[in-house]
Design a protein around this ligand. Structure first.
Ligand SMILES: [Zn+2]
Length: 149
């Protein structure tokens, strides 16, 4: 009974680790992809109103928790397209002009989305398949071990 409980805990821990590792891998891959293309965000400081270019990867990393956006879903043909279309998207970044960490609106966020959303979605889907297959294999391994014990 005790070994069974330990095995269950080990299995849960392994699956959790597998999930976290895969999510990290996904972010690494997505970051590498965006960084490799050198796409730049046209940012506009909301304090001094000046525009500056910032690498997309840097902009997206900046204050990942602080973003405000207004999005609305649109109707594409007869199907409701649920992917958000941002009319406004801003993040907190360091402005090179007024040297303050402040909100900067991404003026070309729509272009960024159009360019990277499909690729990133495919990447996420691939990673999800890997998570599922790996999780299934791990469960099978633990099942075999539990039968041996
Ligand atoms: Zn500024």
């Amino acid at each position: 009974m005790t070994t069974y409980v330990i095995l269950i805990i080990l299995m849960a821990a392994t699956l959790l680790f597998w999930l976290i590792w895969n999510i990290r891998q996904y972010y690494k891959r997505a970051s590498r992809l965006i960084a490799s293309e050198g796409f730049e965000i046209e940012a506009k400081c909301e304090v001094c109103n000046r525009q500056f270019r910032i690498p997309a990867i840097q902009y997206m990393k900046h204050g990942a928790t602080k973003e405000k956006s207004t999005a609305k879903t649109k109707v594409k043909g007869v199907v409701l397209d649920n992917s958000p279309v941002f009319s406004y998207y801003a993040k907190k970044v360091d402005c090179p002009f007024c040297h303050r960490r402040t909100w900067a609106q991404a003026l070309n966020y729509g272009e960024y989305q159009r360019r990277y959303q499909p690729v990133i979605m495919r990447l996420a889907l691939g990673q999800f398949v890997l998570i599922a297959i790996g999780g299934f294999v791990l469960c099978k391994i633990f099942l075999v071990i539990s039968k041996i014990l």
